[in-house]
Design a protein around this ligand. Structure first.
Ligand SMILES: [Zn+2]
Length: 301
């Protein structure tokens, strides 16, 4: 793993995903009854979280005993040492869990959630949302079922197999000497600018996707593209691929359906914005890969 990827929120999952255990029905059944097992309840993408006395967020892992009588789909996340970890999909039933914590959007917990817990919760969230949105076979339309401890869906009607997806997104800084191109959408808080980004389309390389997105969104042509780091992003399941790109043109023409504004910023302007979050120019938060790409560029030169 590149040193920079290691710093990303949602990276560094400590679990051994133990893929062979996914196929072992007897082991899984025993693991789900193992009193050491840790089971994380989720409801519609929100994660059960409790708050310590120091007001820090922690995942509310429950034991099989605490979940007795609750019948809901489980997903095998992996093992840490001897301890099997699962996620439990409660769907709409946010039910009788008030004594353990409350269901929270992960993003609201990231400032105090330990990085390893954020990574495990991200894995659980992406996977359970995939199941929620892929209940029917994309080939024939019949209902499909979860198999292999949640890591595959199978259609009983046409026997097609469906695997969890990750959508690649390029996120990039176009740079030109001592300047960097950043943009903003109208939904952003005032003064907030960040790296441009977009989905990789079928039939494209990462480099081609970077060049197309920068040209489409800001009218800037780019040459050499350099990969820097990646970040799993569980909203719902993307892989953010962070790059820099050497700009070959200067004049910006924004696509108003994508961006409200795009500008070249000097390294000095970016350094001031990173050092003083209260200044008019605001940078993306540390849990976003864009923050790290910008910080790295600002430290160069
Ligand atoms: Zn089918």
């Amino acid at each position: 793993m590149s040193e920079l990827s290691r710093l990303m929120t949602f990276a560094g999952n400590p679990l051994d995903r133990a893929h062979l255990k996914r196929l072992d029905g007897a082991w899984l059944a025993a693991a789900l009854k193992d009193e050491k097992a840790k089971i994380l309840p989720l409801s519609q993408g929100k994660v059960l979280i409790w708050e310590t006395r120091q007001k820090e967020m922690r995942l509310a892992w429950l034991s099989p005993a605490e979940l007795r009588g609750i019948d809901a789909p489980t997903l095998f996340l992996g093992i840490e040492g001897e301890i099997p970890h699962f996620a439990l999909d409660l769907g709409l039933r946010a039910g009788p869990f008030a004594e353990f914590g409350s269901f929270v959007d992960l993003r609201l917990a990231l400032s105090t959630l330990p990085p390893a817990e954020a990574a495990m919760a991200g894995e659980a969230r992406s996977m359970l949302l995939w199941h929620e949105r892929h209940r029917f076979c994309a080939n024939c339309g019949a209902a499909s079922e979860s198999v292999d401890a949640g890591w595959k869906r199978r259609c009983g009607a046409c026997e097609a197999e469906h695997f969890p997806r990750t959508d690649p997104v390029v996120i990039m800084l176009a740079t030109r000497g001592d300047e960097v191109l950043l943009g903003r959408k109208s939904i952003f808080p005032p003064g907030w600018f960040t790296a441009l980004a977009g989905f990789v389309e079928p039939g494209e390389t990462i480099e081609e996707a970077v060049a197309r997105e920068v040209l489409e969104e800001a009218g800037i042509r780019v040459g050499a593209v350099r990969y820097l780091a990646s970040q799993p992003w569980p909203y719902p399941s993307q892989l953010m691929i962070g790059c820099t790109a050497e700009a070959l043109s200067t004049d910006i023409t924004i696509d108003p359906t994508e961006l409200e504004d795009a500008r070249w910023f000097t390294r000095e302007e970016i350094r001031v914005a990173l050092a003083h979050g209260d200044k008019p120019l605001k940078m993306p938060p540390p849990f976003a890969i864009a923050h790290h790409l910008i910080k790295l560029w600002a430290a160069e030169g």
